[in-house]
Design a protein around this ligand. Structure first.
Ligand SMILES: Cc1cc2nc3c(=O)[nH]c(=O)nc-3n(C[C@H](O)[C@H](O)[C@H](O)COP(=O)(O)O)c2cc1C
Length: 268
């Protein structure tokens, strides 16, 4: 599929075929896409633990379950716990990663001069703030970029995903997955073959384009060109919005077929 089409078909999938396993190689491709993402100084703070449901204890599945995740938890055969490792930001490592970029000619034009700048200007800048940066917005943005790339690969491979989160799951997961003290669990992703149609009720509508994006300054909207919108529709990046007329019937059918129990309190 073309990239724009993959973006168009991506929408959170909450019902999966429980009997159809996710191929290990597809998960590997997702993780590889995550590894390829851009991140500050190439520090590679994004980490993941893949949990196969058929090998997981009930305790772990319970700990993974957010308040609004019962459909995914009952049906998905695979989960990925995404976390950021603040150890990736440790200042000597960070400086080393940057210098490595210089050696690889991926940063600056002249390696020794670039490394000199890193040592003289960036090390003193990062030294007092790296711990703060390690749990700051950029660290989590970088994890988000990695997760987004993994997500698109999943859809390209015919899978569906849904991200889930709950602040209460963090401590329990850290313990059960034996994560290092430097781990900050961010979210859980269910992965599987959709039991719902590919449309899944239609593309999730978003806030109007011109409310979100500006040009030159806040308040000056970035005007949407209808011709470009039409092009994006042709490319299947913009699709029929939810709810499609038959969504209610589909939800009833899928919930009945999968024997979904509406357990709203799981994980609370
Ligand atoms: C960090 C994060 C946490 C989320 N947590 C949940 C959740 O606990 N349960 C759920 O059903 N969906 C969850 N979602 C999915 C969002 O509801 C969904 O992405 C949003 O409604 C937009 O729909 P779309 O993904 O189809 O575009 C989460 C999404 C993100 C990014």
């Amino acid at each position: 599929m073309e990239l724009k089409e993959v973006i168009g078909w991506r929408r959170s999938i909450r019902f999966y075929l429980p009997h159809r396993p996710v191929e290990r190689e597809k998960v590997q491709k997702m993780l590889e896409a995550a590894r390829r993402a851009s991140c500050v100084g190439n520090v590679n703070n994004t980490r993941a633990v893949v949990v196969w449901k058929d090998q997981a204890s009930d305790e772990l599945i319970h700990a993974l379950t957010p308040p609004l995740g019962y459909q995914q938890m009952q049906t998905a055969p695979c989960f990925i716990v995404w976390y950021s490792d603040s150890a990736a930001y440790e200042v000597d490592k960070w400086v080393g990663d940057l210098k490595n970029l210089a050696d690889l000619r991926r940063l600056g034009t002249e390696a020794e001069a670039t490394k000199d700048i890193i040592e003289r200007f960036l090390r003193p800048l990062f030294t007092p703030i790296w711990q703060q940066m390690a749990v700051g917005p950029l660290a989590f943005m970088d994890l988000g970029q990695a997760v987004a790339q993994a997500t698109l690969v999943a859809y390209d491979e015919g899978l569906g995903t849904c991200l889930m989160s709950s602040p209460r799951m963090v401590d329990r997961l850290t313990k059960l997955l034996k994560l290092p003290e430097t781990a900050a669990v961010v979210c859980i992703m269910s992965v599987g073959y959709p039991a719902e149609s590919r449309e899944a009720g239609g593309q999730t509508p978003k806030y109007p384009f011109e409310e979100l994006f500006f040009e030159m300054e806040y308040g000056q909207t970035f005007a949407e060109d209808p011709q470009v919108v039409e092009e994006m529709k042709q490319a299947r990046m913009i699709q029929e919005p939810a709810p499609l007329a038959w969504r209610d019937a589909e939800l009833k059918y899928v919930a009945r077929a999968l024997g979904i129990e509406e357990v709203w309190q799981i994980g609370l």
